[in-house]
Design a protein around this ligand. Structure first.
Ligand SMILES: [Fe+2]
Ligand SMILES: [Fe+2]
Length: 330
C-alpha cells in the first residue's frame, strides 16, 4: 500500500482516497461497536444507507398495506365497542407508516419515490398481509399473532444503530403491545364462547399459524442480508432466533385457551429449553413473496385506487401551502 502511495498520477490519488475511505469505514464500525447511534448528518457507507432504505421502506409499506385486511371488518365488527377499538388500531397502523416514511426520508430518499415503488409492485411488504380475513376470529388472530410477531421484531429494532429508526420504534412498540392484547382478548372471548365460536377461532388459528411464523423472514441458511445487518447492528437477532422466541411465548398462550397449534411436530424440548416445531412451508412463503399469494393483486389494486382517489387531497394541500406562501410574501 505504502509503495503504491509513492506513485504519482491518478492511481496515487485513488489509493489515497481508498485509504481515507477505509479509515472512515473503520471509524463508522467503531461507533457502532460502541453503541453510538448513527444520525442522518453522519457519514455512513452507501451500502448501510441502502440497506436501511430498503428495510425501513418495506416496514412502512407493511404498516400501510396491513390496514387493508382489517379494514375489511370495520363495517362488520360485532359491536360498537369492537368497532371503535378496531378503528383506533387501524389508525395507529397508518401513523406507524407515516413515522417510518419520515424516518426513511432522513436517509435522503423521497417519499413519493418509495410510494411509487410500492404501487408499481417493485417494493416488497410483509407476506402476511396477502392472506384474507374470512371471519371475525381472523381479526383476533391478526392482533394476537401478527402484531405479536411484529413486537418480537420491533422490540429488538429499538436498539437499531440508526437513530431515527430506533426512536420511531419506541412509540410503535407501545401501540403494538395494545394491539396484541386487544387481539388476544378477541380470541379469548371466542375460545370461551359457544361451540361454533370455538370452532371458528380454531379454524382461524389453523390458517394464520404458519403465515405468522413466516413473518420473521427466510430461515437463517437462506437469509442473504443477516450477517452484514448484524454487524451493523441494524438487526440484533437472526430470523430463526426471533421465530423461536415467538413460538416459545405463543404456544403457552394457545394452550391456556384450549386451542391446538396446527403442527404435529410441536413439542417441548427440555434439553434445549425451547419448543421444537415442524418445518415452515417455505414454498408457500416464496410464492407469496413473489406476488402469487391469495390476495397480492387485490391489495396492490386497493392501494393504487386509494392513492388515485387521494390525489385531490394532496393537490389541495399543495395549493393551500402555495397560497399561504404567496400571502406571506405580499
Ligand atoms: Fe404497526
Ligand atoms: Fe399493530
Amino acid at each position: 500500500m505504502y509503495s503504491q502511495g509513492l506513485d504519482i498520477g491518478a492511481d496515487a490519488g485513488r489509493a489515497a482516497a481508498s485509504a481515507e475511505e477505509l479509515a472512515r469505514e473503520e471509524a463508522f464500525q467503531r461507533k457502532i461497536d460502541q453503541e453510538i447511534k448513527i444520525e442522518p448528518q453522519d457519514w455512513m457507507p452507501e451500502a448501510y444507507r441502502r440497506t436501511l432504505i430498503r428495510q425501513i421502506s418495506q416496514h412502512a409499506h407493511s404498516e400501510v398495506v396491513g390496514m387493508l385486511p382489517e379494514g375489511n371488518w370495520v363495517t362488520r365488527a360485532p359491536s360498537l365497542r369492537r368497532k371503535a377499538i378496531l378503528l383506533a388500531k387501524i389508525q395507529d397502523e397508518a401513523g406507524h407508516g407515516l413515522y417510518l416514511y419520515a424516518a426513511c426520508e432522513t436517509l435522503g430518499v423521497d417519499r413519493a419515490e418509495l410510494i411509487d415503488q410500492l404501487l408499481s409492485g417493485k417494493a416488497k411488504y410483509s407476506s402476511i398481509f396477502n392472506y384474507p380475513t374470512l371471519t371475525w376470529a381472523d381479526i383476533g388472530m391478526i392482533g394476537w399473532l401478527v402484531d405479536g410477531a411484529a413486537i418480537m421484531n420491533q422490540v429488538a429494532l429499538q436498539r437499531c444503530s440508526y437513530g431515527p429508526y430506533a426512536r420511531a420504534m419506541v412509540r410503535i412498540c407501545k401501540e403494538e403491545s395494545f394491539h396484541q392484547r386487544q387481539g388476544y382478548e378477541i380470541v379469548m372471548t371466542l375460545a370461551r364462547g359457544t361451540r361454533e365460536q370455538r370452532r371458528m377461532v380454531q379454524d382461524a388459528l389453523n390458517r394464520w399459524w404458519w403465515p405468522a411464523l413466516m413473518m420473521f423472514g427466510p430461515p437463517d441458511r437462506d437469509s442473504v442480508h443477516t450477517a452484514q445487518s448484524m454487524k451493523w447492528k441494524i438487526k440484533r437477532f437472526t430470523n430463526d432466533d426471533l421465530r423461536q422466541k415467538f413460538v416459545d411465548v405463543t404456544v403457552p398462550q394457545a394452550h391456556y385457551l384450549g386451542l391446538e397449534i396446527p403442527d404435529p411436530e410441536l413439542r417441548w424440548n427440555p434439553e434445549r429449553g425451547h419448543y421444537d416445531f415442524g418445518e415452515v412451508p417455505w414454498d408457500e412463503f416464496w410464492r407469496v413473496i413473489r406476488g402469487d399469494g391469495p390476495c397480492n393483486r387485490q391489495r396492490l389494486e386497493q392501494r393504487r385506487r386509494a392513492f388515485a382517489e387521494g390525489a385531490w387531497v394532496r393537490e389541495a394541500a399543495l395549493a393551500h401551502a402555495a397560497k399561504r406562501r404567496a400571502r406571506r410574501a405580499a
